[in-house]
Structure formats: C-alpha cells, structure tokens
Ligand binder design. Sequence first.
Ligand code: NDP
Length: 342
Amino acid sequence: KTVFVSGATGFIALHIVNDLLNAGYRVIGSARSQEKCGKLLEKFGNNPSLSMEVVKDISDLNAFDEVFKKHAKDITIVLHTASPFRFDTTEYEKDLIIPAVNGTKSIFNAIKKYGAQTVERVVVTSSGAAQIQPAYCNRDGLIVDESTWNDCAWANCTTDAVTAYCASKTFAERVAWDFLRENKGQVKFKLSTVMPVNVFGPQMFPEPSKTTLNTSSEIINKLVHTNKDTEWDQFNGGYIDVRDVSRAHLCAFEKEECAGERLSLFGGMFATQDILDIINDDFPQLKGKIPVGRPGTGKELTTKGFQINNERTKILLGFEFIGLRQSVDDSVRQILEVESKA
Ligand code: NDP
C-alpha cells in the first residue's frame, strides 16, 4: 500500500516516514523544495520504497493538485502533517492561520478531484491546541477530552502567536470534519485526527548544524542551554513522545475502530521544573551549569488548571505511552551527543 505524507521534513513526520517504511509501506512524501526532497531521500539511504514530490506552499489552494493528479491512483492512505508550528511571527493570518486552513482544504479537494475512489483513509495531524484555548488553561477543574473543541473565533484569535497557532489548528481540523460531512457519498475515505500535546523525544536525524530545534523540542533544548543564573520560562502543559505520536498515526489508519475518531495524544502533565529535575538528576555533566529552580515543586503547577482525560484514546490505541523521564532523557542525550561531535 502507498501512503502520502505531507510535510515529510517535519520533526514528527520524519518518524512517521521511518515507521511506515519499516512496516513495509511505500511512501510518497512532500517537501517545500527540490533540495529538501533530495536531502530527505538521502537521509533514508535512497530507500526504493520512498519517493518525494515538491509542494511549495500549502497556503495555495491548489497546492496538492499536481501530486494527486500524478499519484492518486496509487495512494490509498493520506497523512496530512504539514502545518506551520512557530511562534516567531506577528503576521498571524499569513504565517499561521491561512497555511493551516488552506493546506487542509487543498489536500481534501485534491483527494476529491483525483482520489475519490482510491483513497481509503485520511489522518490529519491536529493538536491538543484544537481542544482548548490557551486562555482557559489555568481554569481549575476544567477537564478536556476527545469531544472537546477549542471554541476560538477568527475575529478574536489574532492577539498573539500562541492563540493564533491554536486557532490555526482548530480551524484546520474543522475544515477536515466539515469536508467529510459535506462530501458524504462523493469520497470513499474514512477520517481520523490525531491531537498531540507538546511533543518531546529524539530527532529522527539529528543535525549538528541546527542549534534551534522545532518549537516543541526547543522547550528542552533551551533548558539544556540555560545558564544556571539565568531566568527560565515557568511553563507547564501536557507531553507526549514523538515515537508514540508516530505510532498513533499508523494505528489511526490501520485500526478500523480508529476511523471517525479524534485521538488525544497525552502522556501526562509536565512543568519545566520537572524537566529541570530530570536533567539535573540524570546528567551529572550538566549539574551546576543549568538552573536548579525548586526541585520537586513542578506538581504545584501541574495539579492546577485544566486536565486532560484521554481514556478513550488509550483504549483505541492499546499501547502504553513513553513516560516523561525517558522522553526527556532521550532528547537530552541526543542533544549532548550531537554537540560533542560538532
Ligand atoms: P515541524 O515544524 O518540524 O514540521 C512542520 C512541517 O510542516 C514541516 O514539514 C514544514 O516544512 C511544513 N510546513 C510548515 N509550513 C508550511 C507551508 N506554509 N507550506 C508547506 N509546508 C509547510 O513541526 P512538527 O513536526 O512538530 O509538526 C508537525 C505537525 O504536528 C503540525 O501539523 C503541527 O501543528 C502538529 N503538532 C505538533 C506538536 C508538537 O508539539 N511538535 C503538537 C501538536 C501538533 P519545512 O520543513 O520546510 O519547514
């Protein structure tokens, strides 16, 4: 079977491509340039089961037409992971919301035009951001589950990058479910969405030249590089390991019972204090160099505010999630190894 993966160059998508190839699928990935396509093929040792296509900018409503025109007869599964995940912009609509929304519209329209009879399953990488507005996260007693939606509106979501990113994921996921409702009978595929919280864990192909990592990995990378006397961000939220996120994308289309489901990928709550505690405990070479904070006090933050119930997802997926300690340890070990070789 052939799987199409949009945004194959991403932190999460590289793990997905790797898992798909290991599981025996043929994979067609998309990246923004020929150069990125070439590099990715090289990283996977020019595996004959992997090919790449250029999709320049997912803000273009016809972005995926060419790829699907060419390959739709072969593609049975589509994993749409491409979407901007960055906070370093003030052009919220142009850089976050439009690409997320139009990218989703564009891939669904291309499936309808060229793969209505051939594409069987579609998985959209949504986010925990599509479940709750950042402004509600400190509400004690608020419980979010697979049926909960971020209730943001376009009119008031462009206040800051975090709010706008969360809205971009919400609007994009809505596009997906709405499309399916509006096109019942005209397309064959079943839809699932995957909603990870902050994704940690190792990079598939660590690059010594990269000092800044993708947005979620940067949370850990930044702490590893914070001087002990420097202020650091007190931050808390949910975590999940990238290897579990990838595995869940495969389950989402392989398991019949995952069709029509929103899968909430949440391993537990963390505070940056918990990450510092783990790094200070497990990496003696960093002790005295990075901040210590107030060890053991992370739970003062994580037991407050909203909580996530993903019991339904855990039953559907049927595998145990990697814990925070292993996720942090494997991330930090890789960062230090790569730097020691640079
Ligand atoms: P990355 O930034 O590593 O990956 C994002 C991918 O989307 C890259 O392939 C990127 O291409 C592509 N992309 C972004 N903007 C455009 C655009 N305008 N046109 C074409 N391609 C574009 O982040 P992640 O791997 O973390 O994110 C992957 C998905 O997972 C996203 O949908 C994100 O919203 C979602 N997610 C991530 C979480 C996390 O904590 N990491 C949590 C919840 C959801 P390029 O490499 O060229 O920049």
